[in-house]
Design a protein around this ligand. Structure first.
Ligand code: DGL
Length: 270
């Protein structure tokens, strides 16, 4: 199976796009809902939680795990790849969402001014800036943390009038810091749920980038380039869900992120 991990529901926006492009594979989604959000947690805690989640997905038969969480990708991916993968199974792989996103941003911006909206953890790690500058040193990157956005989504308040205040506040901030931004990356997998409001408060000429499509395309490309991994993946078009919280609650909320999916959820402890 392909494992897809997020701290909560946000990774479902990535899973949805991946399944659209690659419906033939089997997927196992894990939301660490009991411990979400991860956004303001320290490096050590995010690393430990993410490692526990990856281990749980490997133990349940995943050969490849996508960290569908920017915070986990920024704070835990490299450490897991370098310190833990050999022990967990050297043929297994863990991939993140930052590189696939960064790879396309360079070709999308004309002004060469890019805005990054993300959790505090992702912004403080400066992962986007560092990755982007490896291939595009000329791009000016402005990151703004949006600490209230994940709780709004996790609590299903993303469509409420109250959400407008927090969305407008952060968009005003990023465009005040750099009015030349023409490309705005939603560098948190929860944020696509706030898209209607983000579009409302961003200048109309600005291109807003949710990550799902790029992560899905990058996974497709990865599997093409790695047939040795591709042959190990099962193909029945199934998807199952794991949560560290109450399955009923997961079921209710997941339906908002993935309408029309018949969902089977199991509670696990990490
Ligand atoms: N969806 C996650 C991300 O992309 C995590 C948010 C959180 O748990 O704070 O960063």
């Amino acid at each position: 199976m392909i494992g897809v991990f997020d701290s909560g529901y946000g990774g479902l926006t990535i899973l949805r796009q991946i399944r659209k492009l690659l419906p033939q594979y089997d997927y196992l989604y894990l939301g660490d809902n009991a411990r979400a959000p991860y956004g303001s947690r320290s490096f050590d805690v995010v690393y430990r939680y993410t490692l526990e989640a990856v281990t749980a997905l490997f133990d349940r038969g995943c050969e490849l795990v996508i960290l569908a969480c920017n915070t986990a990708s920024a704070k835990a991916l490299r450490s897991i790849q370098q310190n833990d993968l050999a022990r967990l199974g050297s043929e297994r792989r863990v991939l993140g969402v930052i590189r696939p996103t960064v790879e396309v941003v360079g070709s999308l911006t004309h002004s060469r001014h890019v805005g990054i909206l993300a959790t505090q953890g992702t912004i403080r790690s400066r992962s986007y800036e560092l990755e982007l500058h490896k291939s595009n040193p000329d791009i000016s990157v402005t990151g703004v943390a949006c600490p209230m956005w994940v709780p709004l989504v996790e609590n299903c308040e993303y469509d409420s009038p109250g959400a407008d205040y927090f969305v407008q506040k952060r968009l005003d901030e990023v465009f005040r810091l750099d009015p030349d931004i023409d490309t705005l990356v939603l560098a948190c997998t929860h944020y696509p749920l706030l898209m209607n409001k983000i579009v409302k408060y961003a200048p109309p000429s600005v291109r807003i980038i949710p990550q799902g499509d790029y992560v899905a395309a990058s996974l497709q490309d990865y599997l093409r380039r790695h047939p040795e991994m591709d042959v190990r993946l099962s193909r029945h078009g199934n998807v199952r869900f794991l949560t560290t919280e109450d399955p009923e609650k997961f079921l209710e909320n997941a339906a908002i992120f993935m309408p029309s999916t018949d969902i089977e959820v199991e509670k696990i402890t990490l």
